[in-house]
Design a protein around this ligand. Sequence first.
Ligand SMILES: [Zn+2]
Length: 213
Amino acid sequence: MIVEMVTVGPFQENCYVIGDEESKIGALIDPGDEAARIALTVERLGLAIGSILVTHAHVDHVRAVAPLAEEYLCPVLMHEEAEAMLKMAPQQALMMGMKFGKVPAVDGYIADDEVVEVGPLRLRSLYTPGHAPGHLAFHAEDEGIVFSGDALFAGSVGRVDLPGGSMQVLMQSIIGRLLPLPDETRVLSGHGPETTIGLERISNPFLVGRGAL
Ligand SMILES: [Zn+2]
């Protein structure tokens, strides 16, 4: 599996360009900003982008969705509960002194525990709210990778002080859906460096001692 991280925008958000090595079919996870740089990465990797997957609709994760959906003529997919926040993206951006541009259309919803196919690659959706409404993580089980969005970070967890946030719900999401993944699972999150489930289980100050459910 091809996985390339492109860190974009003022919030240093991690967009992931993923794809199948043989068929060269790919997808974008959270193209948050700097559409041109993401497109350049896609071109260098020689991928045909078939879908855009969104973990949640915070402005730093979706600002480049519309131009890239237009460029690749591909569907934009997210959880149904994330759509209301997406519609608020221009206002979210304005509060941070940024311009948003066009609000992308949502072409399909991904429910919990659904398999999203990227060519022969299979990503299972994990409903993980608490940081934002309708937050999804994407688990590429065969590859041992989880794209954790802003639910889980190396040494931290997502902030819960934005609209729709709840620490109790976030902890339920992490403990119930992410920590059960195998220890060696690579965690590629929406901000910051890569980690593993096992490392977070024993060292993340929010999770230590809470892993056994
Ligand atoms: Zn976020």
